[in-house]
Design a protein around this ligand. Structure first.
Ligand code: ATP
Ligand code: ATP
Ligand code: MG
Ligand code: MG
Lengths: 252, 252
């Protein structure tokens, strides 16, 4: 039974891609079959998971425009992880699909065709609540939300609002699984206050594991490696291993 | 002669808003008249520059749909700085204007009506290269680009491409003034390498001033204050004072 996860937060730079890539890599390392779907036109997840010289023949853009999903999926640099890559041209798809009936569910329908091949599908979203994110949220059962600073908290209300609308109108299976802190510096009052506020608002949905700030996590993409390949002993690697195990227990 | 500046980078969370808000505040503190334009539907700059209880009657969304800009401008919490606020509903304007001739220049035309009132206009862009960012780039003379990590460097090519297209087709006055590092941690090799790479690629356009990581900068928005109001002795405040002076010398 494939489980589909959406990593979303419309605030920029909160660690969506870093989390999607590394959670996928940890799962692959544990022997699970994982598909990482990059639905951000900036294609950061694609870049982290494929080497520079690997030719990309078709992307999620083609899928959204009607191509067969099977023709786009590629092996990634991480064992056990396939990737459905993105590309800059994805940015124009939203206006191209503006009048297409059922435009919010194209990804959902496409993923149905191949989900039997995977234990987990993880979707990395762009920093906006546009048609691409809506396709991701309509396709997933589990929403996980990385939170980094005060301003990312502010956007949470808007994200929850969109979540409620999507649950009502497009995807009743969607649930909020986990809200987790990234780039967490426990020495700062701001971070501790944020964590406390999240616990008050969301109780058990707030992950116990927090991802610390660790420069290794920022370096790994330049080498097209996950954190567990690039720096397996780093606190970034250990934190993502721990977070993934915490999530796997939730999704048993 | 009003100078209009666009703070842009389609990568999320690189410090666009933090820079736009604090450069504006430093300028206002020096006695200049500044207008801060928030063209991001997430309205982070609006939140940082206005208190919670201040009613917002009209926003940049209304301006893009034809309202008079004079009716939208408000005083901000920073002396000498006015704000043209944003709102969540701005997110739908792009599709509403999809077929409007001249849709990329609405902001430019609107700013022409009031620029006589200001020494500087600073525009804070969203993390994307959509119609809103294009309006901002079409309205500005000076583009300044905050860069934070490796992935923000990767997006630079795409931003430069859009810059060239806009300069050619929509706004021949636009120049790249400055590329500056934010959340800079000189102890990490990654940050030093990035700075070195930027200097190789862009020589004098790379700002000498780098903005260090400083939790005060992340705290200030929660109090609706600029950094110079919230923590004037902090290294974040000193860095933004220094960066603003470096830019003012450029724009003499
Ligand atoms: N725990 C961490 N420690 C240090 N650096 C990190 C950490 N997590 C992410 N980063 C770095 O911070 C930057 C932003 O992270 P990332 O790209 O994952 O965020 P995002 O939410 O996907 O951004 P966007 O909204 O642009 O898609 C990246 O350069 C990344 O390498
Ligand atoms: N030098 C700094 N030190 C510490 N925190 C910072 C610094 N600069 C920015 N921040 C914090 O990092 C987060 C991202 O910064 P900011 O919102 O300014 O980026 P942005 O590029 O405008 O993001 P977006 O793409 O979402 O608009 C914010 O929570 C901000 O308060
Ligand atoms: Mg990302
Ligand atoms: Mg911003």
């Amino acid at each position: 039974m494939t489980k589909t996860i959406c990593v979303a937060n419309q605030k920029g730079g909160v660690g969506k891609t870093t989390s999607a890539v590394n959670i996928a890599a940890v799962m692959g390392n544990l022997g699970l079959n994982v598909l990482l779907v990059d639905i951000d036109s900036q294609a950061n997840a694609t870049m982290s998971m494929l080497n520079d010289d690997v030719p990309i023949n078709a992307t999620i853009r083609d899928v959204l425009k009607g191509a067969h999903i099977e023709d786009t999926i590629m092996e990634s640099v991480s064992p056990g992880v396939h990737i459905l890559p993105s590309e800059l041209a994805l940015a124009t798809v939203e206006s191209e699909l503006a009048n297409k009936i059922g435009r919010e569910k194209i990804l959902r329908k496409s993923l149905k065709r191949i989900e039997g091949n995977y234990d987990y599908i993880i979707i990395d979203c762009p920093p906006s609540l546009n048609l691409l994110s809506i396709n991701a949220l309509s396709a997933a059962q589990y929403l996980i939300i990385p939170i980094h600073e005060f301003l990312a908290m502010e956007g949470l209300n808007q994200l929850l609002d969109i979540y409620n609308q999507i649950k009502e109108e497009l995807n009743e299976d969607l649930d909020i699984s986990s809200i987790f802190m990234t780039m967490y510096d426990p020495r700062t009052k701001l971070a501790k206050d944020l964590y406390g506020t999240l616990k008050e608002l969301f109780a058990d949905k707030v992950a116990t594991t927090t991802i610390p700030r660790n420069v290794k996590l920022a370096e790994a993409p330049a080498y097209h490696q996950s954190i567990i390949a690039y720096a397996p002993e780093s606190k970034g690697a250990k934190a993502y291993c721990q977070l993934t195990e915490e999530l796997l227990l939730l999704w048993k």
